[in-house]
Design a protein around this ligand. Structure first.
Ligand SMILES: [Zn+2]
Length: 354
């Protein structure tokens, strides 16, 4: 028989129990089993499971529905389990990213049986690996109805600050061509690497915008992230490729972002490598405004791409909000201030009651 989770434990102790049941990506099964069993035993939520993703929902017929979501997996353990409690600090893999958030979600599922909005709790697998394995993405594809909601909170570590939405990201290759020749007779060739010079100058001169979306400021960026060219030490290269990453505000679609990059590199051969849309923070919605009022603090824009974009793609605006210093996520000395876990729980509890 597997571990039995005790949702009556205070959130820091429950966090430790969740961390000690190690669950690096791809090995979430025993933890997902324990989470599923704990949620099924509650009686006041319906529980669905897909792979190692567990979804629990209240069905109170409320006018609005909110999602509280967290991933069950961690990056590999680095000799930092079992957890160790040292005063107000809990050390170990997963304490920050993100079993403190999972513990808070489980505690709320157990102890807020009659929230003011219906609540969907999502605990999913494979967040820390390639995007196509992501459990939230799989459920969004195969069971989008499980995720229907007006607003979502992803309980990733943010040091208990509201981080709304996220920038989109896009990569293109700017292709330069020339004519190959022996470098001893260089005048017979045309150097594709030299042709990259003006491309790099455009990047260096580019002034990225800061765009305000739903009240939050998103700082854009356009940067070379790779360059390749040349086949031998005595050959004038006939090919060079500059890889450029554009981080764009969530008010722009992927198509608009690509259009912008093509304008910046007008006259060049620009090829799209990959892209992912941003996510609007949706803080203009009443349910989101109530969330910000309940948890307090000044919301800020999320810098990196996160799974909030998966919710946005389903029409559900989403923010990140959870315990733990994100700079300690994935670190060998990963550790969390347990007071932050308790504060997140009490603030979210207050929000769900309003
Ligand atoms: Zn995470």
């Amino acid at each position: 028989m597997g571990t039995v989770l005790d949702l009556d434990l205070p959130a820091p102790e429950l966090t430790a129990q969740l961390c000690d049941l190690a669950s690096p990506s791809g090995a979430e099964g025993p933890l997902a089993d324990a989470v599923e069993a704990a949620l099924r035993s509650l009686g006041h939520v319906t529980v669905d499971r897909d792979g190692d993703t567990v979804v629990a929902r209240t069905a109170l017929g409320r006018a609005t529905r909110v999602v509280l979501a967290g991933h069950l997996d961690t990056v590999p353990v680095a000799g930092n389990l079992p957890t160790r409690r040292d005063g107000g600090v809990l050390w170990g893999r997963g304490t920050v990213d993100m079993k403190g958030g999972v513990a808070v979600g489980l505690r709320l599922a157990a102890h807020v049986p009659a929230p003011a909005s219906d609540v969907t709790y999502v605990f999913y697998d494979n967040e820390e690996v390639e995007a196509d394995r992501n459990g939230l993405g799989r459920v969004a594809r195969d069971h989008p109805d499980w995720l229907t909601a007006d607003f979502a909170v992803l309980m990733e570590p943010t040091s208990a600050a509201v981080e709304g939405g996220c920038n989109g990201t896009l990569r293109v290759a700017v292709e330069l061509t020339g004519v190959a020749a022996h470098s001893a007779r260089w005048w017979r060739g045309s150097n594709a690497i030299h042709a990259a010079g003006p491309v790099l100058q455009r990047l260096a001169a580019y002034e990225p915008a800061t765009v305000t979306v739903d009240g939050l400021d998103y700082r854009e960026g356009l940067n070379a992230v790779g360059i390749s060219g040349g086949i031998a030490g005595n050959v004038i290269p006939d090919r060079c490729q500059v890889t450029v990453n554009y981080r764009f505000a969530p008010s722009h679609t992927e198509a608009e972002a690509l259009d912008h990059v093509q304008q910046v590199f007008d006259g060049y051969d620009v090829r799209l490598l990959d892209s992912a849309p941003g996510a609007r923070p949706g803080l203009d919605r009443p349910v989101a405004a109530a969330f910000v009022a309940a948890v307090g603090g000044e919301p800020r824009a999320k810098v990196g791409w996160t799974d909030v974009a998966r919710f946005d793609a389903l029409g559900v605006p989403a923010v990140n909000y959870g315990p733990g210093d994100p700079q300690l996520a994935h670190a060998d000395d990963e550790r969390v201030d347990v007071a932050e876990i308790e504060a997140c729980e009490s603030r979210l509890r207050a929000w769900l009651a309003t």
